[in-house]
Design a protein around this ligand. Structure first.
Ligand code: SAM
Length: 310
């Protein structure tokens, strides 16, 4: 109850700031998937900034010294990436529409990092302000995806108007020659980059419907005006940090909160997955299951970095 009161107070704040009913409606749809005002409290227990070197590599190829760059993280969450990037860059800004996530970010960042509450679909920055933009694990949150049916055959075809709108905004606020680094998970990585994805295939399929796969992502980027400079999978990084391989993890709500895919499970799919986990732990087969799943992850990784250039 406390969380929901905080959530409503924050929404009214943000609505007053933005004055846009349309945006508030979008937020309500989004909150059915992942309520980051609640998740912000535990988020950092199960999340790590993966691939910071890939982001810096892409930014460093703009020809502007990293020390002289002004860089935005769009959808910065609790600021893990901003914190890791801070020592390397001149000026940093972060934007997120969850005041709860931004509150956590403020505790770890100095005041010179400019944090803004709002939607990255409609950014308040002037044209050509940034040398670089990075966006980490946000794209799959921008679309609503399929409805309640558990049958993938009943889902409508996916289109990605919000991703398109975001890329157009990113293009507008980037300087010519600026870098746009997207850290996202491909559909194959959704399936095999996370050991537990095999336990909840309908939720994973539903998640894939919220996210253009890499080919389509490239097309949307190109249509927004970007040149694609590099696309590379990060084979080593694990987004959930040390808790990732907890063999009892799916039984814990706090552990599941570390990855929003779990909020797309139906009650029946979650119960069945948990039953499987209990059974494998009781029968002593969990370790071999984890080994088999991990052999797949080590071949494809959990994340892909796409580097676009304006
Ligand atoms: C999985 S978290 C990633 C946070 C951070 N980038 C990281 O990697 O740790 C997704 C974040 O995207 C934010 N988000 C989703 N849609 C957004 C939008 N339209 N505008 C601003 N932030 C958004 C959420 O509030 C959440 O903080």
């Amino acid at each position: 109850m406390r969380h929901w009161v905080a959530f409503l107070v924050w929404e009214v704040d943000c609505l007053e700031q933005s004055g846009r009913l349309e945006w508030l409606e979008k937020k309500h749809a989004m909150s059915q998937y992942a309520n980051y005002t609640v998740a912000s409290e535990d988020y950092d227990k199960t999340r790590a900034a993966v691939g910071v070197e890939s982001i810096l590599g892409c930014l460093s190829r703009t020809g502007v010294l990293l020390d002289d760059q002004t860089v935005l993280e769009a959808g910065c969450g609790t600021g893990n990436y901003l914190e890791a990037l801070r020592p390397h860059l001149g000026c940093l800004a972060g934007m997120d529409f969850s005041e709860g996530m931004l509150a956590q970010a403020r505790t770890k960042l100095s005041e010179d990092v400019e944090l803004t509450c709002g939607s990255i679909l409609d950014m308040p920055y002037e044209d050509e302000r940034f040398d670089g933009i990075t966006c980490n694990q946000v794209i799959h949150h921008l679309e609503e995806g399929p409805g309640a049916s558990d049958d993938p055959a009943a889902w409508k075809p996916c289109s990605f108007p919000s991703v398109t709108q975001f890329f157009q905004e990113a293009y507008r606020v980037l300087k010519p020659g600026g870098a746009f680094v997207i850290n996202a998970t491909s559909h194959k990585q959704f399936r095999d980059g996370y050991w537990w994805a095999d336990l909840i295939p309908v939720a994973v399929a539903r998640l894939s419907c919220r996210m253009p796969d890499l080919d389509q992502l490239r097309q949307i980027l190109t249509a927004a005006g970007f040149d694609i400079e590099a696309v590379s999978a990060d084979l080593d990084g694990i987004l959930q940090g040390p808790s990732y391989l907890d063999p009892q993890g799916p039984l814990s709500e706090a552990w599941r909160a570390g990855d929003s895919t779990w909020s797309l499970t139906s009650d029946a799919e979650l119960a069945e997955a948990q039953q499987r986990v209990r059974r494998m732990n009781a029968e002593g087969t969990m370790q071999s299951y984890l080994d088999e799943r991990e052999s797949k992850r080590s071949n494809i990784g959990q994340t892909t970095f796409v580097c676009g250039r304006k």
